[in-house]
Write a protein that binds this ligand. Structure first.
Ligand SMILES: Cc1cc2nc3c(=O)[nH]c(=O)nc-3n(C[C@H](O)[C@H](O)[C@H](O)COP(=O)(O)O)c2cc1C
Length: 169
């Protein structure tokens, strides 16, 4: 599969079967996460695999959607605001960017294995505080991971045309 085919294969999956994710698939995806680049190689991140019913319950409270409950597991992706690189010129912290790259590695690696994912950022951050031991940790995204249900909805891929987004000087 070419990289273009892989990016076409990935989509936001919002319905899963109850088939568990194998350890081999989970480890593969996490290894792809581990190898993601980060600014100054700070790796200011942590990834919590949530699979117990009790822990999943707390996620559902933070993001209360019926489809989200169908995922056999979810990965909570956190940044450490004190460990990430900050650009001296203007003080811009890069932790969000670092974690975003790792999250997309996660999603693309899962797609390669035939699994579904969906970025979730529209959670209630207050209800995710139990994943942050100290205030320096921040949940950036939650990513459900599982086998895509046969009747999983898939929206038509709408993207701006290249001419709209690319400029050459
Ligand atoms: C940073 C980010 C945050 C997102 N948050 C949510 C979310 O909270 N809930 C949701 O259902 N989808 C969420 N999405 C999924 C987007 O809606 C989706 O990627 C976009 O509509 C394009 O569709 P596709 O992923 O199927 O190509 C998010 C995507 C990104 C990149």
């Amino acid at each position: 599969m070419s990289f273009l085919e892989l990016t076409e294969k990935r989509f936001s999956a919002r319905k899963y079967t109850d088939e568990p994710v194998s350890e081999a698939d989970l480890n593969y995806v996490l290894e792809c996460v581990r190898l993601a680049p980060s600014a100054v190689n700070r790796q200011p991140w942590r990834f919590v695999v949530v699979e117990s019913e009790a822990a999943k319950q707390s996620l559902w409270e933070a993001y209360d959607r019926e489809w989200f409950r169908s995922a056999p597991l979810a990965i909570v992706c956190l940044q450490h605001k004190g460990e990430c690189w900050t650009r001296a010129a203007d003080g811009k912290p890069h932790g969000d960017i670092d974690v975003a790259i790792a999250v997309e590695h996660l999603c693309l690696a899962a797609a390669e294995r035939g699994l579904g994912t969906c970025w979730i950022c529209n959670f209630d951050p207050e209800k995710m505080k139990n994943f942050c031991e100290d205030p320096a940790w921040e949940v950036v995204a939650i990513v459900p991971l599982g086998h895509i249900a046969p009747d999983c909805p898939r929206a038509e891929r709408k993207r701006k045309a290249l001419e709209e987004i690319v400029e050459r000087r």
